[in-house]
Design a protein around this ligand. Structure first.
Ligand SMILES: *Cc1c(COP(=O)(O)O)cnc(C)c1O
Length: 403
């Protein structure tokens, strides 16, 4: 039995803020990040989902006869909500067996002249196979939007993710690497498409003082509480309460509102992000080193499969993503670990058709590989506060669950 710790480790490695980040600074977040990541100009928006909504709105105007958006059947519910809010049709693609990538054959089969966009998704910071999506997209005349919400800093052959496809987006939400509590960045290789995205945002994104005030207060709370003591209150307690009542969707925060707010990001939050961004390269290097050091230990555990970088890719490491042999062993492993305060969690709870609250958005359908992924996966946080001793405790618990 694991004893409950006084401190709580976060399930993902966010870049911790410092008090001096909160002093006003130049609102240069997007410019600074473009320089750090080596990308063309980035467009800052109020969330990753807002980025997707803007991208879909822009593409819809370019190709008004196309209405279908193809997304992996196992992804963030916000993606489905954005497609709905853009007035487009969601089309799910099942995964490759035992993998987060969309199945290339299934993808080929469902795409045609009605397809507007395909969304390969860099899940858990791992670099997804964008090539498959690009190939199909070029055949049918669709666009590729890379969902890099979880992959700020990830690279493919040295180039930032988000630039192989037509459009990409990152999330700056709490717990997703660099955070201004809620935020997102759009990127596109093609200057004409970039201009469209900027023009679309200028047209549909209003200034809304109320939202910016709320996000500013939330960012202060995040800065204060995103550390092991504060997380007990802000993350651990609500988590354990949700687990006690068996509400797993709430436990991982998959219970999103069905309307996506759109508003401009204020100067102060941009300044906070810009201060923190100067530490991002060092932070990415540290999280990568820590993850790579821990992978071999996990691989020693019989029955554990852990996702690593594919050849030519350098992912980001917000957490380590594991597959266990079956749902029974995964659930046995989580029984103690999930509520232990050690930062062990699950990614999305369900395949998209299995969220009751999305019933009006996602039609019922059979997506066996996505369901299998939801049933067998778990995540181990990669925050700076997880000690080698904590990590070993987790490994021993996994070994017990799998023996
Ligand atoms: C979090 C997430 C999003 C949405 O980003 P927000 O900034 O939270 O709106 C989209 N896709 C994936 C895969 C995500 O994890």
């Amino acid at each position: 039995m694991l004893t409950l710790r006084r401190q709580e480790l976060p399930p993902t490695a966010g870049l911790p803020l410092r008090a001096r980040d909160l002093f006003p600074g130049p609102p240069s977040l997007a410019v600074d990040l473009a320089a750090l990541l080596g990308t063309p100009p980035l467009q800052l928006e109020c969330s990753g989902t807002a980025c997707l909504l803007i991208a879909l709105t822009a593409l819809r105007e370019l190709q008004p006869q196309r209405r279908r958006v193809v997304v992996p059947a196992y992804t963030c519910p916000l993606v489905a909500i954005a497609v709905q809010q853009a007035g487009l049709e969601l089309q799910l693609c099942d995964l490759r067996a035992g993998h987060y990538d969309m199945d290339p054959q299934a993808l080929r089969a469902i795409c045609d002249e009605r397809t507007l966009a395909i969304l390969p998704t860099h899940l858990a910071g791992r670099v997804a196979n964008v090539g498959d999506a690009l190939k199909v997209a070029r055949e049918v005349g669709a666009y590729v939007i890379e969902d890099a919400a979880q992959a700020l800093g990830a690279r493919h052959h040295g180039i930032s993710v988000g630039l192989a496809g037509d459009i990409g987006f990152f999330s700056l939400a709490a717990g997703k690497g660099l955070s201004i509590y809620e935020g997102g960045l759009l990127l596109a290789r093609d200057p004409a498409l970039r201009a469209r995205l900027a023009e679309t945002a200028a047209r549909i994104v209003p200034r809304r003082m109320g939202w910016e005030c709320r996000r500013s207060i939330e960012l202060l709370g995040y800065a204060a509480l995103y550390r092991p003591r504060g997380l007990r209150l802000a993350y651990g307690r609500p988590l354990r309460r949700a687990l006690r009542r068996g509400d797993l969707v709430a436990a991982v925060g998959d219970d999103f509102a069905l309307t996506i707010p759109l508003h401009r990001v204020g100067r102060w939050r941009q300044g906070v992000g810009a201060h923190a961004a100067s530490r991002l390269p060092g932070f990415i290097a540290q999280t990568t080193t820590r993850a790579q050091r821990r992978l071999p230990r996990l691989r020693q555990i019989e029955g554990v499969e852990v996702f690593d970088d594919a050849a030519g890719t350098q992912g980001a490491w917000p957490f380590l993503l594991l597959l266990l042999p079956d749902q029974t062993s995964r659930d046995r492993a989580l029984k103690q670990l999930w509520q232990s305060g050690l930062g062990v969690s699950r990614l999305f709870i369900h395949a998209l058709p299995d969220y009751a609250y999305l019933a009006g958005i996602v039609s019922p359908q059979d997506v066996p590989h996505a369901r299998d992924f939801a049933a067998r996966s778990l995540s181990i946080g990669n925050s700076p506060w997880m000690t080698d001793e904590d990590f070993e405790t987790i490994c021993l618990e996994l070994e017990t669950a799998l023996s």
